[in-house]
Design a protein around this ligand. Structure first.
Ligand code: ATP
Ligand code: FE2
Length: 321
């Protein structure tokens, strides 16, 4: 059977069908005309393209066994639009609903795409920056940002210099021409903070290339430090990078070097599965369905603050169990 997955926690409305493999995937990104993402406008975008996006993947409705949707975390208006469509589809197709945690879905599609079994995961996207790992039936959050996500930090800096959105790829290109200058480095225990770093970068009078390079070096070194400590503490030997910022070649290189030093393996999924995508929701929905995890309609309210460690990962068993 197939599972239909709907993702739309933030900027990308995306639908996919997953069977033994990915069967279909179609996305419609919302590109803000100017500045950052406005929650209501993103939700309006999702509503206006919903029919087109869903119908593109709805090729074999009779084979669909469940409708999975991203229940949270994310922007309230976007989540509501997606949940409403998912409920309607589950009723129309007469199949169960599966509520998927967006962060857990990033991890699961990353494991599927790379073949890693038990990695420490650096999940670095716009709104989220977390270091996760599986322990006793849940994805534990070993460390995370205390203020803004790494992608939003990069986007915020880019906006302040009138660079196009999203800022991450633009900063990566400029950074290739840059030299190192010192910026505030903030790791508190296993947690991170980016806003002081972004302010310092915004206020710097150094050449833009140098600021971009140093912003990246500092922010990425903070993430690598926490990832390395989680790897050592948890005694694991794989590091998986997921989330939109995972596309950054310099971040990949820094993690690769750290893993080589520790005799660990490093992997990053291909682009399709890195940023927000419907495939990760369809795939995670499928493994949840196979383990009997379905969501009654009356419990299908959105969960804007849904954390990865709230999910009982019943589809994984302890190593050696
Ligand atoms: P989430 O809901 O998980 O927080 P998201 O809505 O932020 O996800 P993603 O697709 O995971 O969406 O990530 C988008 C972010 O990735 C943007 O902030 C963007 O600047 C950043 N990004 C994309 N490419 C690069 C790159 N090459 N280098 C650095 N950052 C990048
Ligand atoms: Fe995401």
């Amino acid at each position: 059977g197939l599972v239909l997955g709907l993702e739309g926690t933030a900027w990308n409305l995306s639908a996919a069908l997953f069977g033994e493999d990915l069967v279909a995937l179609h996305s419609s990104p919302y590109v803000p005309p100017k500045g950052g993402i406005h929650p209501r406008e993103a939700a309006q975008h999702h509503a206006s393209v919903m029919k087109e996006v869903v119908s593109r993947v709805l090729t074999e409705p009779e084979r669909i066994k469940a409708v999975a949707f991203s229940q949270g975390p994310g922007l309230g208006p976007s989540l509501r639009t997606v949940a409403t469509a998912a409920r309607a589809l589950s009723i129309a197709l007469d199949v169960p609903l599966v509520g998927v945690n967006h962060c857990v879905a990033h991890v699961e599609i990353g494991r599927w795409a790379t073949g890693f079994s038990d990695p420490i995961v650096l999940y670095a996207s716009g709104a989220n920056t977390q270091v996760l790992g599986y322990l006793n039936g849940r994805y534990r959050i070993f460390g995370e940002t205390l203020d803004i996500g790494l992608g939003n930090a990069l986007d915020k800096f880019a906006r302040s210099h009138d660079l196009p959105h999203p800022g991450g790829p633009v900063i990566e290109t400029l950074a290739r021409q840059g030299n190192y200058i010192e910026f505030p480095y903030t790791v508190k225990g296993m947690d991170l903070a980016f806003s002081g770093l972004v302010s310092a970068a915004q206020e710097s009078s150094a050449p833009l290339e140098d600021v971009c390079f140093s912003l990246q070096e500092t922010a990425f070194a903070m993430c690598v430090e926490v990832t390395e400590r989680a790897l050592a503490h948890a005694g694991k030997n794989e590091v998986l990078l997921v989330g939109g910022v995972g596309a950054n070649g310099r971040l990949q290189e820094m993690l690769q070097v750290m893993c080589e030093d520790r005799g660990a393996s490093f992997a990053v999924p291909e682009r399709t599965y890195l940023g927000d995508n419907g495939a990760m929701i369809a795939y995670t929905g499928k493994i949840m369905l196979e383990h009997g995890v379905v969501l009654p309609l009356e419990e299908s309210q959105i969960r804007p603050g849904y954390r990865a460690d709230e999910v009982e990962v019943v589809w994984r068993t302890e190593p050696g169990e």
